[in-house]
Design a protein around this ligand. Structure first.
Ligand SMILES: [Zn+2]
Ligand SMILES: [Zn+2]
Length: 329
């Protein structure tokens, strides 16, 4: 069993309080050449798919099957990360049956954004040291100087992925390391990456029985979907800490903002200011017209009995967290 002391950083991130100190930790694994090559392949490889998709689009147009594969695999992997990796496993916003937990963790692993346990450890660290030294992907921790906003955006978006492993899973995700299902799913991450490309390719071949059809599935359901999902979810780390409104109070220095244009493609994760204000709440889009498809999914799972003890936003608690807007001149 893990000790309560080991859990303290986890508890701090679950209840939304920042940790004291500057985030310096002894754990750090410098990037290896192979690691950086694989990261580069995963981040920049899909651009080749986007170019191939553009050529096909220009030559023959898109098939209905291509569009369906992009949307279905985007929604599957995306909600696996937002509902599974993020709201269930990082913040414990609800309880899930074992089958639902496994299904969400597997779907999220199709997103090419790291193993489930590594993702959760990094994200908890982000909450504990938000926008201070120790935050793995803040746009506000780059050295001041010319182009600091642009450099910060790049660092928070993809640059931090090339800096090696800074987050110790034993410190930040000991509860997940106690879960045999999640340990196995984490170890199988390379297999799920291969599956994430093989599935749309295979499905397209089954429907078309042609090589061109199968390649269309690989390009659209695999690479283009991977590119779109990467950059729209990476934008939660970059854009949502730089631009947008802050209607709710966050800890000192925490720059989390609501960046409205991303509402559909980020599956509700863009309502990031409320999320940093009360991280355990299952619905981030708490205002009228703030669409949050992940919260809708959790509600459906609750109705059918797969999710329980969902932490929905309480109006009184929300009101306590709203910023007081000064009306004086
Ligand atoms: Zn954030
Ligand atoms: Zn979070």
């Amino acid at each position: 069993m893990f000790s309560p002391a080991l859990l303290s950083p986890v508890v701090a991130t679950l209840d939304g309080s920042n940790l004291d100190g500057d985030g310096a930790e002894s754990f750090a694994q410098a990037p290896t050449a192979l690691g950086q090559f694989v990261t580069g392949l995963i981040i920049f490889g899909p651009i080749l798919g986007v170019i191939a998709g553009g050529v096909v689009l220009f030559d023959h147009g898109l098939t209905i099957l291509d569009v369906i594969l992009v949307v279905v695999f985007y929604a599957l992997a995306g909600h696996g990360m937002t509902a599974g990796f993020h709201r269930l496993l990082t913040h414990r916003s609800f309880k899930a049956t074992r089958s639902l937990k496994i299904a969400l963790a597997v779907c999220g692993s199709l997103g090419f954004e790291g193993s489930v346990n590594g993702w959760v450890a990094n994200h908890r660290r982000h909450h504990a040291f938000t926008d201070r030294p120790g935050d793995p992907h803040s746009p506000h921790t780059v050295a001041p100087g010319p182009w600091s906003t642009l450099r910060g955006f790049f660092h928070a978006h993809v640059g931090w992925l090339f800096q090696g492993q800074m987050t110790d899973e034993h410190r930040w995700a000991p509860d997940l390391l106690e879960d045999r299902d999640l340990v196995v799913i984490s170890r199988l991450f390379p297999f799920f990456c291969a599956l994430s490309l093989a599935l749309p390719t295979g499905i397209a071949w089954l429907f078309t029985h042609t090589l061109a059809g199968a390649l269309g599935g690989l390009v659209w359901g695999g690479l283009v979907r991977m590119f779109l999902l990467h950059h729209f979810t990476f934008a939660v780390n970059s854009a949502c800490h730089l631009w947008g409104r802050q209607p709710f109070q966050t800890a000192n220095g925490d720059q989390a903002r609501n960046f409205a244009p991303l509402f559909l493609v980020s599956m509700g994760e863009n309502w990031h200011n409320l999320h940093h204000s009360i991280p355990t709440v299952a619905r981030l889009g708490v205002e009228r017209r703030q669409i949050d498809s992940t919260a809708r999914l959790i509600r459906i799972l609750e109705i059918v009995g797969l999710a329980s003890d969902v932490r929905w936003a309480d109006a009184a608690r929300l009101d306590k967290r709203r910023r007081v807007v000064s009306t004086s001149a």
